[in-house]
Structure formats: C-alpha cells, structure tokens
Ligand binder design. Structure first.
Ligand code: ADP
Ligand code: ADP
Length: 237
C-alpha cells in the first residue's frame, strides 16, 4: 500500500509541483495518473520513490516512511519499487541481459555488482523475466540495437527481475507508436494481474487510461481534481 499524506513539493526555483496530495493506493491496483503537461504527474511518481525529496508531508510504502528513511532501510524500500521511464533508461552499450540483471543490484554488495558477479539465481530470474516479455532471444544483443518497444520490454523485465511489488511507470509509451504502445501496455497489465504488482502509470491520453486502468487519478496544477473508477471518468481532464 502507498499512502501520501499532505504531500507538497516546491522546486528550488519556487515552482509548485504538488500541492497537498492525499492518496492511498492499495495492493494490486492499476492506477493511471492523467493530466496535461505540467500537471504534476512526473513529480508525483518521482516523489513516491524519493527520486527527489518532498517539501512537506509524508509518503508511506507498506507502512514505512520513505520520506524519513535513509541508508539501508531506504535501499530496502526502494527494492520493492521498480521504475519505468519514457526514455527506457537502459545502459545502451551493454547487453539486454546485463540491463535486466541491474534489477538485482539492490540485493547484493556494491562490489559484487560493480564487478558484474551475479549468482546463478539472478541469471535465472533475468532469463525468466525476459521470457515473460517475449524477448529472451535478445538476451545477448546490445540494448541499443533493439527497437523502442523492445527496449521498454527490457525495462519491464528489469523490474520483474527486481521482484518489485510496485511498478511506477512515467509516460512509458509516450515515445512509442500505437502498435508498440498496445504491446507495452498489455505487458504491464498482464504482469499486474499475474503477480498482483501494484502499478501506477502516468499517461497523457485518457483513452489509454480507460482501456487499462481500474482507477484514474486526474491532476491539475499539482492537485488531485479527479479520483475514481474508470467508469466514472469523463473526457474532461
Ligand atoms: P507532468 O509530469 O504532469 O508533465 P511535472 O511533474 O513534470 O508535470 O511538472 C509539474 C510542475 O513542476 C510544472 O510546473 C513543471 O514546470 C515543474 N517542474 C518539474 N520539474 C521541475 C524542476 N526540476 N524544476 C523546476 N520546476 C519543475
Ligand atoms: P562483459 O562483462 O563484457 O559483459 P562477461 O563475459 O562478463 O562480459 O559476460 C558476457 C555476457 O554473458 C554478458 O551479457 C553477461 O551478462 C552474460 N553472463 C555473465 N555471466 C553469466 C552467466 N553465469 N550465465 C549466463 N550469462 C552470463
């Protein structure tokens, strides 16, 4: 469960990113965050994983405050949270397999992972993850040889190998064509249902949100202006 309590985020230059957000997201939900560019979708997602600090309030992940955690406890909370970005965020010049193994880094000492020494269990998990998203045959290809859709599926495999309980996806299909968009959204949905992974996806388009999510949260100027089941979401944003 993710709980945001009175969360506000003001950027160093004074821009308000989020204003007094209160949200609870339960295990297994598939939530779409929608809103125009600049509404605060990305700020919301980045706050949940503490990619940046919030200015006010608290965020609890399974009852533990990520806002106050540091060091080992923070790393442990983060292990449960997989991130997916619009730009895939893969290490381009290395193999797909190594990129997926990056999902295991949080489970080992830094030295081991810097040297690239992963136990067999991790290699197995990585291959299983690649199989889940149907690109196991690309394991030894360089990441930047893959198409955009394939790269995003590698990013999904990385989250699976991480054995994350949460997926935070920031505009995961914004740079993909319609067919690939469907494939990536289908993968996310399938994983959500199969593993009960709580999934929160920032989306620019409400129709995609309607098609895949069970709950839609609408943001405008850093505030929640809609929060409800898909059936209640109208075309207004
Ligand atoms: P969205 O993801 O919905 O497009 P963002 O969360 O990126 O919205 O942005 C919310 C607000 O915060 C916008 O006004 C944006 O300009 C501002 N913002 C985002 N990132 C920064 C930053 N690093 N520094 C200053 N302002 C920012
Ligand atoms: P490099 O460090 O240059 O990637 P390696 O010889 O360590 O070279 O690895 C070659 C490829 O084999 C990499 O893609 C790596 O991820 C993969 N690999 C490394 N260890 C194993 C293993 N035990 N089983 C399967 N693949 C592995």
């Amino acid at each position: 469960m993710i709980e945001m309590r009175n969360v506000s985020k003001v950027y160093p230059n004074g821009t308000k990113g989020l204003n007094q957000i209160n949200l609870t997201i339960d295990k297994g939900e598939f939530v779409a965050i929608v809103g125009l560019s600049g509404a605060g979708k990305s700020t919301l997602l980045r706050s949940m994983n503490r990619l940046h600090d919030i200015t006010e309030g608290d965020i609890l992940i399974d009852g533990k405050s990520i806002t106050k955690a540091s060091g080992k406890p923070l790393r442990k909370i983060r292990r449960d949270i997989g991130m997916i970005f619009q730009s895939f965020n893969l290490v381009k010049r290395t193999t797909v397999l190594r990129n997926v193994l990056a999902g295991r880094v949080g489970y080992h000492s830094t030295l081991r992972t810097v040297l690239g020494l992963f136990p067999k269990k991790d290699i197995d998990l990585a291959f299983q993850a690649l199989d889940r998203v149907n690109i196991v045959e690309k394991a030894y290809s360089r990441a930047d040889e893959l198409s955009g859709g394939q790269q995003q599926r590698v990013a999904i495999a990385r989250v699976l190998a991480q054995e994350a309980k949460y997926i935070l996806a920031d505009e995961p299909v914004a740079s993909l064509d319609p067919l690939t968009t469907t494939q990536v959204m289908d993968d996310l949905k399938r994983i959500n249902l199969e593993f009960d992974i709580t999934t929160i996806v920032n989306l620019h388009f409400v129709d995609l949100a309607r098609q895949y999510a069970t709950r839609i949260i609408g943001l405008r100027a850093g505030e929640v202006v809609f929060d409800g089941p898909v059936s209640e979401a109208t075309d207004e944003r």
